[in-house]
Design a protein around this ligand. Structure first.
Ligand SMILES: [Fe+2]
Length: 299
């Protein structure tokens, strides 16, 4: 199947305390502000105009996962496929300035995606300021009540390709056109976002992240370690609005579009270190149970 999605585009979050979320994203992850007004703020870590968008709201929830399409026709194709499957179309107006075309829809479980043409690259690559300064947003990991059905839906509507899954469909990893092992991961559970991920430049940044959190009297959730699925280095923390953030590096890139799906056994309660963390430390309950709602999915 030809890829319709190239990469993760941006993440739009609703936050109760916009000032705190803005300060956290700058001081810890180290993204910089592109735009700020009373209602929302746009942040980036590279030339792209937007990577994270924070909206002042009544609850800390995910507003939308932005996925960058391979082109204008791909946006239209995703919209057509979503309508054909009876999925709810929420908007066909781009949420970001300078984006030519987009379609925002809800999955059958309520995950919200804005599939859009590229975000303009109109920002300086390097900048001064606090925090780690990540390279770019890398992937999201969603939770779904029925990951097998949702992965099939994502494949049919957005052309995402299944890279790897566990034997019981507890964890699934899907890739986009850039070939990274996963742009969208799935974890069995209540519909929502489990975490989103920044790509860091170097493992020394992981040390800096731990020290920054320590300086704020906060802790890491899990890591550092190396995931078996994706072979990526990882470290996790929770931000001021309760979103779990992974910082990663060195994810496997798959060049062969026809590579067979890898099937692995994660073990009971994610106990197979060779899949979960090749360095040994298994995920704590805080990581396993973490969940954030999408707008409209709160129970
Ligand atoms: Fe991840």
């Amino acid at each position: 199947m030809t890829a319709l999605i190239y990469r993760l585009g941006h993440i739009a979050l609703n936050v109760v305390d916009l000032d705190a979320a803005l300060s956290d994203t700058q001081a810890i992850a180290g993204a910089r502000v592109v735009h700020q007004d009373a209602t929302h703020a746009i942040l980036t870590s590279n030339r792209r105009h937007a990577e994270v968008v924070l909206h002042r709201a009544q609850a800390n929830e995910v507003r939308a996962i932005g996925l960058e399409a391979v082109g204008l026709e791909a946006v239209e194709e995703v919209g057509k496929r979503a309508k054909d499957r009876g999925l709810r179309i929420l908007s066909e107006t781009p949420s970001l300035p300078g984006v030519e075309r987009s379609v925002t829809f809800a999955s059958s479980e309520g995950h919200i995606f804005e599939v859009h043409t590229p975000v303009p690259e109109d920002q300086p690559l390097r900048y001064v300021g606090a925090g780690i300064h990540p390279r770019y947003l890398d992937h999201v990991n969603l939770s779904a009540a029925d990951p097998e059905a949702i992965a099939s839906e994502f494949s049919e509507v957005m052309g995402l390709i299944l890279t790897e899954r566990t034997t019981g469909f507890e964890l699934m990893w899907m890739r986009a056109g850039d070939g990274r092992h996963h742009t969208v991961g799935l974890k069995k559970g209540q519909t929502g976002l489990h975490h989103f991920s920044w790509e860091l430049s170097d493992f020394s940044d992981f040390k800096r992240l731990g020290d920054k959190l320590d300086a704020c009297h906060r802790n890491l959730v899990w890591g550092p370690g190396r995931h078996g699925a994706g072979d990526n280095l990882f470290i996790y923390y929770i931000d001021s609005a309760g979103f779990m953030i992974e910082c990663t590096a060195e994810m496997e890139v798959i060049g062969d579009p026809h590579r067979q799906v890898r099937i692995t056994d994660a073990g009971e309660n994610l106990s197979n270190a060779k899949v979960v963390n090749r360095w040994g430390a298994l995920p704590p309950r805080l990581w396993i149970n973490h969940h954030t709602d999408f707008v409209g999915t709160a129970r």
